[in-house]
Ligand binder design. Sequence first.
Ligand SMILES: Cc1cc2nc3c(=O)[nH]c(=O)nc-3n(C[C@H](O)[C@H](O)[C@H](O)COP(=O)(O)OP(=O)(O)OC[C@H]3O[C@@H](n4cnc5c(N)ncnc54)[C@H](O)[C@@H]3O)c2cc1C
Length: 441
Amino acid sequence: MQTLDLAGIGIGPFNLSLAALLAPVPGVRARFFERRPAFDWHPGMMLPGTRMQTSYLKDLATPVDPTSPYGFLSYLVEKGRFYRFINADFPRVRRVEFADYLRWAAERVPNLGFGQGVRGVEFDGRGFRLSLGDGRAVSARHLAVATGMAPHVPPWAERHLGKHCWHSHSYMNAEFSVENRRVAIIGGGQSGAEIFLELMAGARGRAADVTWITRRPNLDPLDETAFINEYFTPDYLRHFHRLPEERRSALARSHKLTGDGVSPVTLQELSQYLYERDFLAGDAATPYRVLPQREVYLMGREPGGFHLRMNNGFNHGEEAASADLVILATGYRYALPDCLAALTPALSLDPEGFPRLAEDYSAQWDGPAEHRIYMLNAGRNSHGVADAQLSLAAWRSAVIVNSVAGREVYATEPCPSPLTWAGTQPGGRRESQPAARLCSS
Ligand SMILES: Cc1cc2nc3c(=O)[nH]c(=O)nc-3n(C[C@H](O)[C@H](O)[C@H](O)COP(=O)(O)OP(=O)(O)OC[C@H]3O[C@@H](n4cnc5c(N)ncnc54)[C@H](O)[C@@H]3O)c2cc1C
């Protein structure tokens, strides 16, 4: 059995980016393992019409290697629709198109194994030993763990999960009709907004009514203005990582809406939809309620459905609602994957359960330093809110490639921010700094 330099667990966009950037690097033997039979990006939330929250240029490779054959522009050119795409001038591309791009890349990037779930990982003193679902085992010097986030189900909903109550991550997989039924959607982020719009538009039949409940003070927007977007740059990450741990987790919490609000384009669509529904649609329109600042704390059964009890944070009142179907658009949480159970005692975790990560995304652990466990999408408290987004996925992959290769394969030196995060040095590019270099081999 040959020992790999790097074994990747999970093939979502983040490890796919790492595999794409490792592909041209000579002398690094890597293989990535995915339990799904083929690449599939959040299939349960692939609603028609939904759009990306990030630029298509923040793809698997372009931000660090625009010459990569795995970039979004190569996809457009190979599909023969580059000029049409430019002419159509989308503010943000459709999620369905980006998912197709990712699938296209997954068919071309080498060293990917689908239908090969990782059941467990052990460290035997000389390396990591991965047991695969099909009974085979693989050895590797380093790991890259990118198994994604786990759907968050609030404790009051757990015992009701089933045919009439489910989490949004499986929304498109669920077979259901809302015809003449009362529907409650819980959660005021992007997924809640998309599901509300879809149900109001009658995609699943005509509901008796739709109640959309969120504990957020309002339908809060994703803040994607210029200086907020500085949080999604390598320069900010470097400064952020140098802060003390408590300061980092407090900052990450305060940055929630920079990565977790509703896209302004969706809010406008929503506002226009409700205007038309309220004033132009006539009697055929589905009744609705949008309830901001409501924190649901109890869900129970009642004849024919569920009742929900909630606190109103606006007037500090108590309120209740009834529903036949409850859809939980309650987001995702970080959790260490089960396959790392044997390694977990050796990992250093912060008080919120996130692994403590070095600047190169390797986890602090009790094992030998020459064996590293890189963790992708686990760094909210070490690298900031950008860690869960596509914005810096390619840059993070480049940092990890350099660390695995032990040399600078990709230039990752940050471009200085116009904002001075610490100290009083002037921000922006200074004359003496060299321009960022591209990939060197
Ligand atoms: C609906 C939705 C839309 C989003 N849209 C955007 C956006 O527009 N812009 C943006 O920047 N971010 C977006 N995000 C956030 C983020 O980019 C995605 O969640 C992204 O998919 C995270 O990539 P990942 O590789 O970490 O995880 P995932 O995409 O979740 O992939 C993890 C993979 O690991 C596999 N896996 C898990 N355990 C094992 C195991 N033991 N063995 C083998 N395989 C395993 C899973 O099957 C899965 O395929 C969105 C998130 C959601 C939920």
